[in-house]
Ligand binder design. Structure first.
Ligand SMILES: NC(=O)c1ccc[n+]([C@@H]2O[C@H](COP(=O)([O-])OP(=O)(O)OC[C@H]3O[C@@H](n4cnc5c(N)ncnc54)[C@H](O)[C@@H]3O)[C@@H](O)[C@H]2O)c1
Ligand SMILES: [Zn+2]
Ligand SMILES: [Zn+2]
Length: 361
């Protein structure tokens, strides 16, 4: 018997989301049913609503969640009912060419639940990032459940499921930030501020936060930025160079994902430095760069899918850092809200008032 719950659905492009009755099937082979306890509102949910990801409406939103496994399907051995888990959107396959090369964080064949959740009339829902967690119970592939220490509150733990992991990993995994490095982060929302926190933990000594919103820059200071730059009024490239001895930063992270911020990142890094694109561009955006600069500056231009994380390796580690007081996940939780408040949360995100609104179920 499917479970009947209320979920947040984007029915048509650009229209406000609505609460709809969602039917969640019992878990089949390789699947798990998870009782969601908390789910953060990520900018990617808004991208889905606005048709910036694809046109496979209706979307069931929410993908940054923690909860408790309620039931598992046949053959599932990695998690069991009662486990406290963070949901991940890149359950690696172990068999594709990336996995076989020993680089599973690039897995080209990540998987989701086989069965689809539906509206009451049977319309199949596209779950955001293969999760869909703005609802009391969700169906995922068991590999999307990463068991973590239940001592961490779900509001904090759930953030590892997307933005915080993506930002932290963009710095530490993709950018390979290390002791003594200089780092600049453009865009200090949940993702960018996690990159700042990750850079501090990794030992970076100059950490420059760039945003157009003063509140974000203030939060960035709290999370480890040593300098801040107002991208709305200052020359971002010139300021980053000035703060790095005239050279540019070793690693520049674009956590916005627009041509103008990418171009700033490109020119604000030192020779042989690294640019990491973790902000997600919409499909209409293009960029033009002088090829001689691409060559002449050397280094690396990288993208960061989910912070190049391995959930099984990275989620428990980040929870340990949190519990030791070394990584302040609670600082990312600007407010807790109800499941009916997503549109208001999108508005607040747009106005820059929050790092994360977290839905508590
Ligand atoms: N790569 C991944 O795996 C991954 C995962 C999660 C989110 N994302 C993406 O990361 C991006 C950031 O997500 P978020 O949740 O932090 O969003 P957010 O809206 O909370 O933060 C974006 C920040 O960028 C700032 N900003 C906007 N324009 C700017 C500019 N021109 N210069 C400087 N700052 C500017 C905003 O003021 C805001 O603080 C989004 O594109 C999101 O889709 C990527
Ligand atoms: Zn794989
Ligand atoms: Zn997200």
């Amino acid at each position: 018997m499917p479970h009947e719950v209320q979920g947040v659905v984007a029915m048509t492009k650009g229209r406000p989301v609505s609460l709809e009755t969602v039917l969640v099937p019992d878990p089949g082979p390789g699947e798990a049913l998870v009782q969601v306890q908390a789910c953060g509102v990520c900018h990617t949910d808004l991208h889905y609503r606005d048709g910036g990801i694809n046109d496979e409406f209706p979307f069931l939103l929410g993908h940054e969640a923690a909860g408790v496994v309620e039931a598992v399907g046949p053959g599932v051995t990695d998690v069991a009912p009662g486990d406290f888990v963070v949901l991940n959107w890149r359950a690696v396959c172990g068999r594709c060419r990336a996995c076989l090369k020993g680089k599973p964080w690039y897995c080209f064949n990540t998987h989701n639940a086989t069965q689809r959740m539906t509206l009451a009339d049977g319309t199949e829902l596209s779950a955001a990032l293969g999760i869909g967690a703005f609802l009391e119970k969700t169906l995922v592939a068991s590999g999307q459940c990463t068991k973590v220490d239940p001592a961490a509150p779900a509001t904090a733990a759930g953030l590892l499921g997307c933005g915080v992991m993506a930002g932290f990993g963009a710095a530490v995994n993709t950018g390979n930030v290390g002791r003594g490095d200089s780092v600049a982060v453009i865009g200090c929302g949940g993702v960018g501020n996690a990159a700042i926190a990750g850079s501090r933990i990794a030992g970076a000594t100059t950490i420059i936060a760039v945003d157009v919103d003063a509140r974000k820059l203030e939060w960035a200071r709290g999370l480890g930025a040593t300098h801040t730059v107002d991208g709305g009024t200052e020359d971002v490239v010139a300021r980053i160079r000035e703060l790095t001895g005239g050279f540019g930063a070793d690693v520049v992270i674009d956590a916005v994902g627009r041509p103008e911020t990418y171009e700033q990142a490109f020119y604000a890094r030192d020779l042989a430095g690294t640019v990491v694109l973790v902000g997600v561009p919409t499909p209409d955006l293009t960029i033009e760069l002088p090829m001689i600069e691409v060559f002449g500056r050397g280094g690396a231009l990288k993208s960061s899918w989910y912070g190049d994380c391995l959930p099984s390796r990275d989620f428990p580690m980040l929870i340990d850092l949190y519990r030791q007081g070394r990584f302040d996940l609670d600082a990312f939780v600007s407010e807790t809200i109800g499941i009916g408040d997503i549109e208001a949360a999108f508005e607040r995100m747009h106005r820059g008032e929050v790092l994360r609104s977290v839905v508590v179920l």
